[in-house]
Unconditional design. Structure first.
Lengths: 452, 313
């Protein structure tokens, strides 16, 4: 008898599991109140405090109108999310609107999986000119807006204003040159009796790309991909050599702190800055909210440093943009656009900047009381926006439209790391440039973009 | 324990085999065979064999941004990999890591198991302590060790500062990072290895040691000439699974160094993952996966061929 009992119980359990997996979804779905709104699935990659702000933004949008309901879903890091977006396209799990990192822009563009935002903008007669031109330029092709920039950052130089004051050092100018930063870093290191390292630059490919852009150099041919498919990348250029010479000089002076490139490098760098172990560092303006929250010292911000004897060309934006997937019905796509339009409203962008450190992209945001109050408390918070707005877009500073940037950036970081540890700058750059170009060639071939 | 049961069972089997010397599958047998083996064969086929052959297939092509095969290139992916200094260095790094981890895990495991097998009051506490890492998940271990290796506030840094020694930047220097990963992996593996070794050492008949004591043989000699040969099957088992396990190491690398600095800890498996799911280069990573399979198969073959002969069952 007990034998049968066991059998019946196990069969029952299996049946139960099977039934729940197949029908459970319907049963649970029915228990929820029916909603006639069109559902817009939104995939994003914001974690931490930015996610909280984003969820509030989505919630506010859902309350603001009755036609659409945006369902946000967190997808992990930018780099794995883009793979998921490609792999699910055309299935019913794919998103209607998704956030994609700027370095994936070329891939998304070439995929043909998206509807250009320009189409809806034209139908809606929306005035795009209010949105920052540098930010728009990254996601435009042939004068047509392909995606809407959303969380946009600028690389800036942070300095510990309290420390500089304590040791009587003049703070850097708004747009400092390499040698100016070297001088301050050296002074800080020496006046603090070697307790505070002067500066650090994280081993992060983005910063190298920005240094090249700010010196007016070209990273990839075909105008950084804005006028065609790039076939060649140049990092063995006078611009990058000058950038690395600047870093090497500081390493030689002993006032440079090297945090390595492991997963904790960025965290260690931030905590080093907050605990007065290092006086200056370059990072995304999106770090500002974090730095403001935990900082006991006065925070100083300047533009990204530029080479001596040259005017800063301006840096391109970092961050991500929102795209409309074309595998959904017209109505859903329209809803996705309505949501995107909502995200760039002046007050929404103002709130976004205040709580995340990403920059408000709408020109009118600066006039809102939200940002006015914020600037009154943190006057340095204006700097990243100023840098963005003072930049005249040209091909060098409008971002790089090149596929496989994730892997290319890794190769850049390999080069940076080797240079930081000593070794011939020219030789290392030459070798890594060759490796990058091999990759560019083979991925163009795989995607059928080159003639054999 | 193992020995007695083995001697009980083997003769029976022999008898059965003799009775069914003209072994032939009847229709009924086939029916039952397909019922019993069918589901697992189906699942294996779906989740093991199909992906395996698919990987082999993809590795002979170029893949586009979406992972679809576009251009047949034959062995080009393999030739490129083997001639790329980056990949070769990855293979060396993996080899150093595997040898390091296997050696230290077995040495430490044996040492601890030998210590804990002594009949001393309170030894049970140590037995629990030594095997406690078995209950720690990879992510928790990684976070825990990251705190220890932290260059500004880590335990090692505080320790070296207290002793006025130069501080070591564990994760920024290529050699140190390799040590950091080896130490962490050994620590992770140790609990299980310790427990298996302890069981094996405990099951060595005490009469052997008593006889050795009567002969006046040193403890040191006893360990190498009684304990080690007696636990050699366990040693063989542990070395095989440690080697294979460390070839496949992923979590700790991803969480602690991300393959850096300068690719010093970019092991094969991590490279495969990165090339596919980070770089989107599925063809390259498939070729790498096939190479890894061949390497692991080769090592396992070597072990069975040479080590097994020296094992006393």
């Amino acid at each position: 008898m007990s034998k049968y009992k066991k059998l019946i119980v196990s069969v029952g359990v299996i049946l139960g599991v099977v039934l729940i997996t197949f029908f459970g979804k319907n049963v649970f779905a029915q228990s929820k109140p029916q909603d006639n709104r069109t559902q817009i699935v939104f995939w994003h990659e914001m974690g931490g405090p930015a996610e909280k702000t984003l969820l509030k933004l989505v919630n506010d949008f859902n309350k603001s109108q009755s036609k659409y309901q945006v369902i946000p879903k967190y997808q992990g890091s930018y780099d794995t999310a883009i793979q998921k977006i490609f792999q699910t396209h055309g299935t019913n799990t794919s998103p209607a609107v998704f956030q994609s990192s700027n370095i994936s822009t070329a891939q998304v563009l070439h995929s043909g999986y998206t509807t250009p935002i320009q189409k809806f903008v034209d139908q809606d007669h929306y005035d795009l000119s209010k949105i920052s031109p540098v930010a728009r330029a990254f996601h435009a092709q042939g004068g047509k807006q392909q995606a809407m920039p959303f969380n946009t950052s600028q690389p800036v130089l942070y300095y510990n204003a309290s420390l500089l004051e304590k040791y009587g050092i003049t703070p850097p100018s708004v747009s400092p040159s390499y040698s100016e930063i070297t001088k301050i870093a050296k002074e800080l290191y020496e006046k603090s009796n070697h307790k505070v390292k002067g500066m650090t630059v994280q081993i992060y490919g983005w910063l190298l790309e920005e240094a090249i852009a700010n010196s007016g150099g070209m990273f990839a041919n075909e105008n950084d991909g804005h006028t065609g498919i790039p076939t060649k990348v140049s990092i063995d250029t006078p611009e990058s050599v000058e950038f690395f010479k600047w870093i090497r000089e500081n390493i030689k002076n002993g006032n440079f702190m090297d945090y390595g490139s492991g997963s904790m490098a960025s965290t260690n760098q931030t905590s080093g800055f907050l605990t007065n172990k290092v006086g200056m560092y370059i990072q995304s303006s999106a770090s500002m909210s974090q730095l403001n929250k935990k900082n006991k010292n006065k925070l100083g911000i300047t533009y990204f440093p530029h080479p001596d004897g040259k005017k800063a060309n301006g840096v391109s934006i970092g961050g991500a943009a929102l795209w409309v997937s074309n595998d959904k019905s017209e109505a859903i796509q329209k809803g996705a656009y309505e949501f995107i339009k909502y995200t760039v409203r002046p007050e929404v962008q103002a709130e976004w900047q205040k709580s995340t450190g990403y920059m408000a992209l709408n020109r009118d945001s600066q006039k809102t009381s939200i940002l006015q109050k914020f600037y009154a408390k943190h006057p340095e918070g204006k700097i990243p926006g100023q840098q963005l707005n003072s930049t005249v877009p040209n091909y060098d500073n409008s971002g790089i439209l090149l596929e496989g940037m994730q892997t290319i950036r890794k190769l850049e970081e390999d080069a940076m790391e080797k240079i930081y540890r000593g070794g011939d700058i020219k030789q290392i750059l030459k070798n890594n440039e060759r490796a990058i170009n091999d990759l560019v060639y083979s991925q163009n071939r795989a995607n059928g973009l080159t003639k054999e | 324990m193992l020995k007695t049961s083995a001697t009980d069972v083997i003769p029976e089997k022999k008898v059965e085999a003799k009775q069914k010397s003209k072994f032939k599958l009847t229709a009924n047998d086939k029916y039952y065979a397909s019922i019993f083996a069918g589901p697992s064969l189906f699942l294996l086929g779906l989740f093991v064999f199909y992906p395996m052959f698919r990987t082999l297939y993809i590795s002979l092509f170029l893949t586009n941004t979406f992972g679809n095969t576009t251009l047949f290139v034959g062995l080009e992916n393999y030739v490129k990999l083997i001639s790329s200094p980056d990949f070769v260095s990855s293979m060396w790094v993996t080899l150093v890591y595997v040898v390091g981890v296997t050696f230290f895990t077995i040495a430490m495991g044996l040492l601890l198991a030998n210590l804990a097998s002594q009949k001393l009051p309170g030894i049970a506490i140590f037995r629990t302590l030594y095997s406690v890492t078995m209950g720690v998940s990879v992510s928790v271990a990684a976070i825990f060790w990251l705190f220890i290796f932290n260059p500004s506030a880590g335990f090692f840094t505080l320790l070296t500062k207290m002793l006025n020694l130069p501080t070591i930047n564990w994760l920024a220097n290529p050699t140190n990072a390799m040590w950091a990963i080896i130490i962490t992996t050994v620590w992770m593996h140790l609990g299980f290895v310790f427990l298996v070794f302890l069981g094996a050492i405990e099951s060595v008949p005490t009469t052997l040691y008593e006889a050795a004591d009567v002969e006046g043989v040193s403890k040191h000699y006893q360990f190498f000439h009684i304990t080690l040969p007696m636990i050699s099957p366990t040693l063989f088992f542990i070395s095989t699974i440690t080697i294979i396990g460390s070839f496949k190491s992923f979590g700790l690398i991803d969480l602690i160094t991300k393959g850096g600095p300068t690719n010093a800890t970019n092991m094969l498996v991590y490279r495969i993952y990165n090339d596919a799911f980070f770089g989107g280069n599925y063809a390259k990573s498939s070729a790498e996966a096939i190479i890894l399979t061949v390497i692991i198969a080769f090592f396992t073959y070597l072990q069975f061929k040479f080590l097994e002969k020296k094992v006393n069952y």
